[in-house]
Design a protein around this ligand. Structure first.
Ligand code: MN
Length: 284
């Protein structure tokens, strides 16, 4: 079984566009290939939006070289992009956007949610693309709550939603470029849960709320990230309190990462090219 390698905590909160508070759970700037194929995770909220006629969020911006996965727990996000894709991401839905060669998009609270206001909570994950796929055409997978299978755990211990990859015998709907599991779940206090991964795989647990334990003296507090050892296969965790979590596991890419703002490529030359392409209207 994998051991807990280390816990990452970031107690600072900031804003991304109008979204606030935002916790940067992890990013490739800190960890590079240690967390590959994952690049970045932001926890947006929980917060409360006051009713407003102004549409808040993040306005038009480009991406290249990776995928963004937006998981909405509460509230509603409307997405529009340069491929013509778009729609409202409701609570329970996931949007899996492949920026690849380039996309320009905006992410705003939906019109209806802006008018009524209320609690919001989201997570946005960035998934790296292999070098061979970074300049492929952009794409978009809209995964509604009903498309995402939910595995009920025995004894009412909770559930695991399979967004991508597999949990036990259940497969998720997201098409991915490399082997990975993106699982969203809840585990009740006192229950243990075991995840299968292959030896050598990256394995991360982000605790949205609650308290988890990996070994007698290894406790993960709310909004912390557990980075499991890449050695051995599989890992177990026990909930000390009712816990909501994201489990991210997968085969690392082990290719050079050169990221700058909204672009994540392999070399600095490719980053300069991306800025040049935006300036000259060749991206998105
Ligand atoms: Mn974006």
């Amino acid at each position: 079984m994998k051991n807990l390698a280390f816990v990452q905590r970031n107690d600072a909160r900031s804003a991304v566009g109008d979204f606030s508070p935002v916790l940067s759970v992890f990013s490739h700037y800190d960890f590079g290939n240690t967390i590959s194929p994952f690049l970045l995770l932001d926890h947006i909220g929980p917060g409360r939006l006051l009713p407003s006629t102004r549409r808040k969020g993040v306005n038009d911006h480009p991406h290249r070289g990776f995928e963004t996965v937006t998981i909405v727990y509460e509230g509603e996000i409307e997405h529009r992009d340069s491929t013509g894709g778009g729609g409202v991401i409701h609570a329970g839905d996931v949007q899996w956007m492949t920026a690849a060669a380039g996309i320009v998009h905006r992410e705003l609270f939906s019109e209806a949610f802006s008018q009524r206001g209320g609690r919001f909570e989201m997570a946005q994950l960035w998934v790296n693309l292999p070098a061979a796929d970074k300049m492929s055409p952009a794409g978009y997978q809209s995964l509604s709550s009903a498309d995402i299978p939910r595995v009920e755990l025995p004894a009412g211990a909770g559930f695991v939603r399979v967004i991508a990859g597999q949990f036990q015998d259940t497969s998720g709907p997201a098409r991915t470029h490399t082997r990975m599991n993106v699982l969203d779940g809840q585990l009740g206090a006192g229950h243990e849960l075991i995840f299968d991964t292959e030896a050598g795989d990256t394995a991360l647990v982000f605790l949205l709320s609650g308290r988890l334990q990996f070994a007698p003296d290894e406790v993960l507090e709310e909004e912390g990230l557990a980075v499991m050892s890449s050695r051995e296969a599989g890992f177990a965790m026990t909930a000390l309190e009712n816990s909501r979590f994201l489990v991210l596991t997968g085969a690392p890419l082990n290719e050079p990462i050169n990221g700058h703002g909204p672009f994540v490529m392999n070399s600095y030359e490719e980053i300069l090219q991306a800025y040049d392409d935006v300036k000259n209207g060749r991206l998105g």
